[in-house]
Design a protein around this ligand. Sequence first.
Ligand code: DUC
Ligand code: ZN
Ligand code: ZN
Ligand code: ZN
Length: 480
Amino acid sequence: MALMIKGGTVVNADQTLKADVLCVDGKIVQVGADLPVPAGAEVVDAGGLYVMPGGIDPHTHMQLPFMGTVATEDFYTGTAAGLAGGTTMIIDFVIPNPQQPLMEAYQTWREWAAKAVSDYSFHVAVTWWDDSVGSDMERLVKEEGVNSFKHFMAYKNAIMAEDETLVNSFSRCLELGAMPTVHAENGELVYHLQRKLIAMGLTGPEAHPLSRPSEVEGEAANRAIRIAQSLGVPLYLVHVSCKEAVDEIARARHEGQRVYGEVLAGHLELDDSVYRNKDWEFAAAHVMSPPFRPKGHQEVLWKALQGGTLQTTATDHCCFCADQKAMGRNDFSRIPNGTAGVEDRMMVLWDSGVNSGRLTMNEFVAVTSTNAAKIFNVYPQKGSVSVGADADIVLWDPAASHTLSAKTHHQNIDFNIFEGRTVQGKPAYTISQGKVVFANGELKVERGAGRYIKRPAFPNIYEAVERYNRTHVPVPVERD
Ligand code: DUC
Ligand code: ZN
Ligand code: ZN
Ligand code: ZN
């Protein structure tokens, strides 16, 4: 099957050029000016459009069982919504219960994800520790193509990783050539502050941000970064939401540590006033962790993304509807945490990033796709419009506008945190595996067409780490 993308402007992270793109059997086989159209090829007119690598959302939670309920968006509806927004790959999270074998949880998530309509991959969470966890990590890296392990430093009495788990798992990541990642919030402090606020009679969603202030994230970010430094392992921080965490990452990077940071579209755009809205349902719909931050943090996050302290953008897409949020009517700490965005992320980033002049188009591609592909080691199979890459492409119309709304979005949730916002710039076509799957506002997806993408361990980073360790061997003092 051949697809010719004719007359567009190819925008990659590293260059922009006028070129046609020929896709055959799911791969890009030619990029160049005035390519002849092979007999029988489908032709898409990309005049006036930007031909960019499809977005990669490195942080989603489809159909996650969490806080006594299950996220409404499943792998079918969620990957379809992603395609409608130009995102052609997600990296979701396998989250084992404490004491559950990692391999068992991984198999469950693989079964759930078999209905996905776009390509996907998995990070696996390490929520507890014994030697069997270390063995499962080895199998996941060597046999299953999992090269990143997530650690929740929050959610005490559930999935929180204690320091013992962090140290053992980070150390195992180093041995295996895998990337440790953290949700950085001090779960002990969150638990303490939640109980204190409730005892004071603060039971509504306005207490949610007060129970997880930015210093709680700063402490955990610093702790994870220092543990990674002590062990000599790289580290990726998911959903960096505040100045305190940005400062820790910037400091570590200035000192030569390999630390990476992700920011969510929501944290860039919204502030904590949403939690003080008079409408309980509106406020509760925004409950996610880390929470939206006081005004001022958003600009720090934008500057960190522009300056390279943060490299990737994501959504933490985790959908709970009003009936589920209502579980926390009398206690904000029981409101299921999560907000949506897999469909909205690229449009919001383009509108607030490119239209405002904060990001060049190339930088937009880097932070929505290429950097995630590089950090999670699927580049240039993903994150690049180039010969040999997967034909996961978005044809972007910079002139078209679109109003984000729960009334029209494809996400399986009754709320949109960007409700009513009109953005300029949106996908005209989304192409997955060389097929047009979204055009003129219509999805044409096939259940189960998405493929599980293996991500090999990181030889480059880890060879450098090993060389460094070899040249910095501690020497005992000779004594008589
Ligand atoms: N935060 C959320 O808001 N939802 C899912 C998990 C998380 O860390
Ligand atoms: Zn998280
Ligand atoms: Zn998450
Ligand atoms: Zn519902």
